[in-house]
Design a binder for this molecule. Structure first.
Ligand SMILES: Nc1ncnc2c1ncn2[C@@H]1O[C@H](COP(=O)(O)O)[C@@H](OP(=O)(O)O)[C@H]1O
Ligand SMILES: [Mg+2]
Length: 372
């Protein structure tokens, strides 16, 4: 017998994992086991009926929570099953650890309406969550950590994972009925079906900046409705700067909260921003067609915030990004009076599940796109 806890919607349920059989796997070394066979026999656990009222709803949250709980004892990946209200969790065990081969979490829970009624209230809720995640990131920052390279060749650290777990747990309390697409879950293949309303999370944008210890990394949470970001928060914990946007945009820096807005384009030329760690020639070529007075580099979604607070005017990005990198900064910038467009001037939209939430090129502007 083993046990675990699954959490969603503020409820934590103890789940009993009963052995439903044994699975034989090939001994990696090829050595013969005690049985004399060239195999290791591992128990297979199934979640019993006590788990049936755990809310799953195909959001990936319960799956993640369950995986996170077991993750201390099990190593492996979690993935959502084909059926939308059933999640499967696969953990590859160590020799003395349980193998959870399949957890069937059936949807029975009623969804409760979110008490967060306005975009500003949602952005404020995201801000509180981002601060909590940021505090956890700073603990890892202080002690230092190593990076692992993901399948997309980008780095991930303990800080990304700890921050994402906090954000998912808190979102499950405050917006339990909204699916969440989060960077590290997505990297493990845990991606919920999204409808017209969903949340995008990048727990640590600018992981390279985090590893380079230059402070230009952020926590990002955004709500998407009908393809557009309607509320979002960007928090840069190392410099204690928080940006949020819903109906209005605001910044909290060194404890001082103030409204922010974009500036009119200066007559002497635009201030342009580019990625510090991911420069690309197409973005530079785009800028070459405009009167640029100053060009600066910055890491992470802070570039959107610089435009939103009126210290820069344009941020073109033709190199690859993901929706979770951009949505929160986009929400802040829109609320501050700016916009994010595709280079041809069309709206830049979210929810591109078929493309794996990968973005096309975009340009963030403080005002309407100027004449070339
Ligand atoms: N080849 C690539 N494919 C997808 N996304 C990429 C990428 N190279 C960089 N990025 C994205 O750019 C983000 C960093 O942006 P910037 O260069 O503006 O600091 C990264 O966020 P993470 O640090 O969260 O992985 C990553 O998602
Ligand atoms: Mg990112």
């Amino acid at each position: 017998m083993a046990d675990a806890r699954a959490e969603q919607g503020g409820q934590i349920k103890r789940i009993e994992l009963k052995t439903s059989g044994h699975r034989s796997t090939q001994n990696k070394s090829g050595e013969k086991g005690k049985s004399g066979e060239n195999q290791i026999s591992k128990p297979v656990f199934q979640i019993d009926s006590a788990a049936r009222d755990v809310k799953a709803r195909g959001t990936g949250l319960s799956c993640y929570a369950l995986f996170a709980t077991l993750g201390r004892d099990c190593e492996g990946d979690a993935h959502s099953a084909a059926r939308p209200n059933i999640l499967a969790v696969g953990c590859q065990s160590g020799l003395n650890r349980p193998l959870l081969s399949e957890a069937l979490l059936t949807q029975t829970a009623q969804t409760s309406p979110s008490p967060l009624s306005s975009p500003d209230a949602i952005a404020q809720a995201f801000a509180e969550i981002a601060r909590e995640a940021g505090a956890a990131i700073m603990q890892v920052y202080a002690k230092g950590c190593d990076a692992r390279i993901k399948d997309d060749r980008s780095p991930v650290t303990e800080a990304d994972e700890v921050a994402e777990a906090i954000i998912l747990r808190r979102l499950a309390h405050v917006m339990p009925d909204v699916p969440v697409v989060a960077e590290e879950c997505a990297a493990k293949g845990v991606i919920p079906d999204v409808g017209r309303r969903f949340i995008l999370v990048d727990p640590l944008d600018g992981t390279k900046e985090f590893l380079n210890r230059n402070g230009e990394f952020t926590v990002n949470i955004a709500l998407i409705e009908d393809g557009k970001p309607v509320a979002g928060c960007v928090f840069a914990p190392a410099v204690n700067a928080l940006y949020a946007g819903g109906d209005t945009a605001w910044r909290v820096r060194d404890g001082i909260e103030e409204r922010i807005s974009t500036r009119a384009y200066p007559a002497e030329g635009l201030t342009a921003l580019c990625s510090r760690s991911h420069p690309d020639a197409k973005s530079e070529a785009f800028l070459a067609e405009y009167a640029i007075a100053d060009r600066r580099e910055a890491g992470s979604s802070l570039k959107f915030c610089r435009v939103a607070e009126g210290v820069a005017d344009v941020y073109p990005r033709f190199g690859p990004t993901m929706e979770w990198d951009v949505a929160a900064g986009h929400a802040v910038l829109s609320a501050a009076g700016g916009q994010v467009l595709m280079p041809d001037g069309e709206d830049f939209r979210y929810g591109k599940a078929d493309a794996g939430f990968r973005n096309v090129a975009f340009v963030a502007w403080g005002q309407d796109a100027p004449q070339k």
